[in-house]
Ligand binder design. Structure first.
Ligand SMILES: Cc1ncc(COP(=O)(O)O)c(C=O)c1O
Length: 486
């Protein structure tokens, strides 16, 4: 007895915060899909479909999106500077990629992309990002406010770690939300204070709802530290109007909340009447400076038209904190030493792409616009198809990479789900996977108004796959309703 080494660590004895944490976009349905994919490999005719189509996660290059040539050329040259000495390089690479790589390398001590950097990231790259932010917003940005990160996710963890002292500290989060937030709040031991986005008004963010939830949380003894806003929204795809953003800034200022602005989809906007405005720009345009509002803006190389998820890059722009708090943010960043250098380089490039007159400019614009226009077409085709299904309504994806339709499930389906010990929307998504090979994430992974059922489907499969997805989805949905019709 007692000699089994694995017995000393049990699920009961590990950190309960880890048990509490859930991350649906890589959850049960995806694991099941991976099993089915293996089954297809060993026995291709054993399932009613011949491939798994992953619509569960915003991972564009995994579904065939091509990287932007300019970005990859610069990256390749930075990673192997010996290429810059070779005569063939000026034939194989564009002149502005070569110039940019030389400029970047000159800002890296010893040109060593394999060395640790400053814990906030290489200063020259932060300068470039600050210049990109200033050009985007028309307000100054400071390289010292930029913390380069391995994607936006570690930056979110950093702030949750900073703000959450105990379960009595709360973070206002949209529902539905991207589960990074619920997972990170759970891991850091705080309380998620939900505010509901209004599906009936295209996932509108109502200040009255924020106030109500804030007061409710306070009445329960929760100290609300911060408000998370995801704009454009995930999974909901809405793009906030400027007026609405001003109200949000005012609300945070009046209530003393840190505004955590998740702006990773800033380049993903598909409607002509909406435009991305950073919260920093909105706050500064209202005359609010550093002293008025603590504000953290997240950007990532994983999204936009670049979709460099696996390179893990991004930054947070941290403004409105005292220097002593910033030292603590820096200290926590420094525990990880630094973010990876390829991600840092890409973050500087997405904020400073080629300009008119640069050798790559025209091909860069063609690649960028080709991807964004195609995403807009895919979003519209899927939205129309979903809206044509019985009992399904789907708001427009104004931005981001997802549709989040509501499915009115018959009572009998809800009963069948109960029997299968599944949430009704998980039951629907699992049935969809098993009949069609299409992987979506049940709405319960993001949060939804109780009694409503949704799923999230990315708009990322390549355009030639969309008709097949639509026909499989339509056939499945009809069959499902016919089977469970009340
Ligand atoms: C709203 C939002 N924020 C943050 C992230 C994290 O992305 P990354 O860590 O790859 O930058 C994602 C990823 O899907 C997201 O959708």
């Amino acid at each position: 007895m007692g000699s089994d080494a694995t017995a000393s660590v049990t699920v009961e004895s590990i950190n309960p915060k880890v048990l509490k944490c859930e991350y649906a976009v890589r959850g049960e349905i995806v694991t099941h899909a991976q099993r089915l994919q293996q089954q297809l490999q060993t026995n291709p005719s054993s399932l009613p479909f011949d491939e798994i189509i992953y619509c569960n996660i915003g991972n564009p290059q995994s579904l065939g999106q091509q990287p932007i040539t300019f970005f990859r050329e610069v990256l390749a040259l930075c990673d192997h500077p010996a290429l810059l000495e070779k005569p063939e390089t000026s034939v194989l690479f564009s002149s502005d990629s070569i110039a940019r790589a030389q400029q970047i390398l000159s800002s890296i001590p010893g040109k060593a992309t394999g060395a640790y950097s400053h814990s906030q990231g290489i200063k020259g790259l932060r300068d470039a990002i600050a210049a990109g932010i200033a050009a985007r917003d028309g307000f100054p940005a400071n390289a010292d406010d930029i913390f380069l990160t391995d994607g936006a996710s570690p930056g979110v963890h950093n702030m949750m770690q900073l703000l959450l002292r105990s379960e009595s500290d709360g973070i206002l989060c949209p529902i539905p939300q991207y589960p990074l937030y619920s997972a990170s709040i759970a891991l850091h031991g705080g309380t998620l204070v939900p505010y509901y986005l209004d599906e009936a008004t295209g996932w509108g963010l109502e200040i009255s709802e924020l106030k109500k939830q804030l007061e409710d949380a306070r009445s329960k003894g929760i100290t609300v530290r911060s408000l998370v806003v995801i704009n454009p929204g995930n999974p909901t795809g809405q793009v906030l109007a400027e007026e609405n953003q001003k109200q949000i800034v005012e609300f945070c200022k009046n209530e003393g909340l840190v505004l955590l602005a998740d702006e990773v989809y800033q380049e993903n906007i598909y409607v002509d009447d909406k435009k991305f405005n950073s919260f920093k720009k909105i706050a500064r345009s209202m005359g609010y400076g550093e002293e008025d509002l603590p504000l953290v803006s997240y950007q990532s190389i994983s999204k936009g038209y670049y979709g460099e998820c696996g390179k893990r890059g991004g930054y947070m722009e941290v403004t409105g904190f005292s220097s002593s708090v910033r030292e603590q943010i820096y200290k926590v960043a420094s525990v990880n030493l630094c973010s990876n250098i390829s991600g840092q380089i890409l973050a500087s490039l997405v904020m400073n792409p080629p300009k008119p007159g640069d050798a790559s400019y025209e091909s860069y614009v063609a690649e960028r616009d080709g991807i964004l226009k195609s995403l807009a077409r895919r979003a519209k085709a899927l939205e129309d198809a979903l809206n044509s299904l019985e009992g399904v309504t789907c708001n427009k994806a104004e931005g981001a990479m997802y549709l989040f339709p509501q499915v009115r499930l018959p009572e009998k389906a809800i009963e069948a789900a109960k029997e299968a010990k599944k949430a009704p929307d998980a039951f629907y998504a699992l049935s969809l996977l098993e009949s069609t090979g299409v992987v979506v994430v049940p709405g319960s992974g993001f949060g939804q108004v109780p009694g409503t059922y949704h799923f999230r489907c990315t708009i990322l499969p390549q355009e030639d796959k969309i008709p097949a997805i639509i026909s499989r989805l339509t056939a499945f949905h009809e069959k499902f309703l016919n089977k469970y019709r009340d």
